[in-house]
Design a protein around this ligand. Structure first.
Ligand code: SF4
Length: 267
């Protein structure tokens, strides 16, 4: 008998299980040693984690390490992951490997939305997780988790293949903890659609639209001197919605007229 509480717990559980099996299950003669008794959760999670197909998709230098992980020296086939699918509809795992630029975010979110449940996201490297060396750069977002939910983060610049494999093992552990009775993808209306961000002069997330609107209206009110905007930013809050000035209204009307003219030209 061991003194380690965790080992003791496992030992007791095995004893109980053996007792239970001995009492309730009769294995026909000749089949002893060929029957496995397990739970539905265990077999469901085991089969999912053992055939998790990643999306064929890379963004920057981290992708080279991901490719190296799939090659013969490390070999993702040992996890049943050698089939990298070029279609999001056949993939379970999105490995975001590389620098996420603002231009790329709408495409990534669109692909994420096209993946069927159950789907997982692994953020590989400093860039995908928080912007990395390009953090606060004019064209890079500070982490893909601002747009889509991430399950596992792998640190490093770039993470080694060993680090990626460790991240995959952590993802397997997460999958093993899920229960078929509670997973959201068998319930109605639980699969989350992420609004695709818009890329204009800067990228914006449609979920932040109310905040952006209030902020913009407050800025427009000052007719361009930006005092309200700077004041709200200093206080760390969104400026309250205010009435538009005549000048701002005129600018909006001009923009609408330009849009109508362009639409007529293309019709
Ligand atoms: S984390 Fe480093 S290696 Fe990975 S994409 Fe960014 S700069 Fe390249």
């Amino acid at each position: 008998m061991t003194s380690d509480p965790k080992s003791r717990f496992i030992e007791l559980k095995q004893q109980q299980m053996q007792q239970y099996l001995h009492d309730t299950i009769t294995v026909p003669e000749g089949l002893e040693g060929n029957v496995v008794v397990t739970t539905l959760d265990k077999i469901y999670n085991w089969s999912r984690k053992s055939s998790m197909w990643p999306l064929l998709f890379g963004l920057a230098c981290c992708a080279i390490e991901m490719i190296a992980t799939a090659a013969s020296r490390y070999d993702l086939a040992r996890f049943g992951m050698e089939v990298m699918r070029p279609s999001p509809r056949q993939s379970d795992l999105m490995i975001v490997s590389g620098t996420v630029t603002k231009k790329m975010v709408p495409a990534i979110v669109r692909i994420y939305n096209q993946m069927a449940e159950p789907r997982y996201v692994l953020s590989m490297g400093a860039c995908a997780t928080g912007g990395g060396p390009f953090k606060e750069g004019y064209n890079v977002v500070s982490g893909i988790d601002k747009y889509i939910p991430v399950d596992v983060y792998v640190p490093g610049c770039p993470p080694t293949p060993e680090a990626l494999i460790f991240g995959l093992l952590k993802l397997h552990e997460k999958v093993e903890r899920q229960s078929i009775a509670k997973v959201p993808w068998y319930r109605r209306d639980t699969s989350e659609y992420v609004p695709v961000p818009r890329l204009g002069p800067d990228i914006f997330d449609p979920r932040q639209i109310q905040l952006i609107k209030e902020y913009t209206l407050a800025s427009a009110r000052t007719d361009g001197d930006g005092a309200a905007k700077r004041g709200a930013a200093r206080r760390g809050e969104a400026a309250a919605p205010q009435e538009l000035s005549e000048k701002a209204k005129a600018r909006i009307e001009q923009a609408k007229a330009r849009y109508r003219a362009k639409k007529q030209q293309t019709a």
